[in-house]
Write a protein that binds this ligand. Structure first.
Ligand code: AKG
Length: 287
């Protein structure tokens, strides 16, 4: 997760090996079938558990259009677009590669919707927006759109974190992230791992280690669930839910979109206020 225009062209995080016991969950999240299956009871469950899984939320055609948009962005079809971040040590591989191969060294795309009409359309998907409004209890306002790619075998871990630790919003704001699988996502190629209900404990201190993350020893990995998804399935999650993704150990691509929505009436805080809440500075904690 990177907050705004500070996205570097090459991944700058320390990265490195992660303890395998962080990603040993055996239990997989179930899920509903399509947006129409989201009842009021499921909305209540979202607030209790901090997440909702919806299979077949997006059609094969919608997934194909999003992928075509991604490839056009990666292939340089939009000269004004500069939101691509590559995996470390890949700069020399990028030049001259066609988009189909270049995507296998891309880690992240950021702010696509301003440039790519097919992705922009997906951020305003009517059934998705209607459901977000029910979850958020206010008009959902898109404030971040990303594509998160886990290139086969080299895609690195995204350590456990809370998304609200990255946003200059009052920390308890009901931010909802929607993570949309464009490929099948599995534990092997780096699907999402979540800790149900962890959002209810509020903000957790983050440390700069392999990334801006929850300390490995503070992660309740034994309570974690995997979120395997087929293309078109999605995970909706609260901005305080503990989540992360393991490195790719697979030759299969794992491409996903992630959009973040906040209540239209949400306030703002300064970065210093956010760090006073989520940072370790001045607190009697170590990692
Ligand atoms: O898709 C991923 O690998 C990680 C997504 C995520 O949790 C994030 O970027 O905040």
């Amino acid at each position: 997760m990177t907050t705004d225009s500070t996205l570097a062209e090459i991944d700058q995080e320390a990265g490195g090996e992660c303890p395998p016991e962080l990603y040993c969950a055996q239990q997989a999240a179930g899920g509903l079938q399509g947006f129409a299956a989201v009842s009021d009871e499921q909305v209540a469950l979202f607030h209790q558990q901090g997440y909702l899984v919806i299979h077949d939320a997006f059609t094969g055609a919608e997934v194909a259009r999003a992928l075509a948009g991604l490839l056009d962005l990666i292939g340089g079809m939009y000269p004004a677009y500069h939101g691509i971040q590559y995996e470390k040590n890949t700069r020399e591989l990028v030049a001259g590669l066609p988009a189909e191969q270049r995507q296998d060294v891309v880690r992240k795309l950021f702010k696509m919707a301003e440039h790519e009409q097919r992705i922009a359309a997906l951020t305003q998907h009517p059934q998705m927006i209607a459901m977000l409004e029910r979850l958020i209890g206010d008009t959902p306002q898109l404030f971040q759109d990303q594509a998160l790619l886990k290139p086969p075998l080299i895609g690195r871990e995204k350590p456990w974190h809370q998304d609200n630790a990255y946003f200059n919003l009052p920390p308890e704001t009901t931010v909802v992230g929607i993570w949309i699988a464009l490929d099948e996502a599995t534990p092997e190629n780096g699907c999402m791992y979540i800790i149900p209900g962890s959002h209810r404990a509020g903000p957790t201190v983050h440390f700069k280690r392999r990334d801006w993350q929850i300390c490995d020893t503070d992660v309740a990995a034994a309570d974690a669930w995997t979120v395997p998804l087929k293309p078109g399935g999605c995970l909706l999650f609260h901005g305080l839910l503990h989540h992360g993704t393991p490195p790719s150990r697979s030759a299969q691509r794992r491409r996903a979109l992630q959009f973040h929505y906040k209540p239209a009436g949400a306030g703002q805080i300064a970065a210093e206020q956010r760090l006073a809440i989520f940072g370790s500075e001045g607190k009697d904690v170590s990692c």
